[in-house]
Design a protein. Structure first.
Ligand SMILES: C[S@@+](CC[C@H](N)C(=O)[O-])C[C@H]1O[C@@H](n2cnc3c(N)ncnc32)[C@H](O)[C@@H]1O
Length: 241
């Protein structure tokens, strides 16, 4: 399937990914060698799952473990459950990737108890509350293989989820176990390393500073065209799409 066809297919699925974000998930899944599982926390109706599964198919063909209680949130108000699993499954069928996806209809904490073995790609897009992002990180990051990728969606403050952004700024980008951090729209991703070199740490620091500048700028009460211009300029400086 061509990239253009993939964009058309995923545009029809309800979800929250930008086209650039979809492409980066595709590429990261395609690059997996098969040393560990591909794990997605937070599938909603399957938009990101479909990108990951197509990428995996173009690479080593690892299954994608798609974790979501499919109740709209891990802690729904009594009587307010929003069941997304049927649409999720129908979307995977329609996209032709149902054979590669292993749905786990439960929270990430329950899935961490159920699923054994190492992980090569971890995409975190579940609950966006600080404590829940922390739980996802603490339970799953130690299982990433050396060189494996952790990716957070909605990790820039303009994405309106300050808890995810704050968590990534505090615990991910400054970590000694992270290298090669990158930003694509609201996704921040990086590779796990046993010990970051001084050069890795300096690079991560530069990405963090750039991100914090971007986040702060996006919150200034500036006219929209000026903000857009600043955004484009900052992206060009960082070589972002
Ligand atoms: C922002 S949506 C995911 C969007 C999806 N990745 C996409 O591309 O369209 C967040 C999802 O996380 C799920 N979720 C909430 N808490 C969770 C948890 N503790 N573990 C796993 N999934 C969770 C929700 O049910 C919801 O479907």
């Amino acid at each position: 399937m061509t990239m253009e066809q993939l964009h058309r297919q995923t545009a029809a699925v309800e979800g929250f990914l930008t086209p650039n974000e979809g492409e980066v998930l595709y590429t990261l899944a395609q690059q997996c060698s098969g040393r560990g599982a591909i794990v997605e926390i937070g599938s909603w109706m399957g938009k990101s799952t479909i990108w990951l599964a197509h990428g995996s198919r173009a690479g080593a063909g690892q299954p994608v473990y798609a974790i979501d209680p499919h109740t709209g949130t891990a802690n729904p108000e009594p009587g307010a459950t929003f069941w997304t699993f049927d649409t999720f499954q129908a979307n995977l069928q329609q996209a032709g990737v149902a054979d590669l996806v292993r749905p786990m209809v439960m929270t990430s904490a329950a899935a961490a108890r159920e699923l054994d073995g190492p992980v090569e790609l971890l995409f975190i897009d579940g609950s966006h509350a600080y404590e829940d992002v922390l739980t996802d990180f603490v339970l799953w990051f130690p299982r990433l293989v050396e060189g494996g990728v952790i990716a957070f969606h909605d990790a820039l403050r303009w994405a309106k989820w300050p808890d995810v952004a704050r968590f990534v700024d505090r615990h991910v980008l400054p970590s000694r176990y992270i290298r090669d951090a990158q930003i694509v729209d609201s996704i921040v991703y990086a590779r796990r390393t046993v010990a970051a070199t001084p050069a890795d740490l300096a690079r991560n620091r530069a990405v963090l500073l750039w991100k914090q500048g971007y986040d702060a700028g996006s919150q200034l009460p500036l006219p929209r065209p000026l903000k857009k211009w600043g955004e484009r300029w900052l992206k060009r400086v960082a070589g972002m799409p």
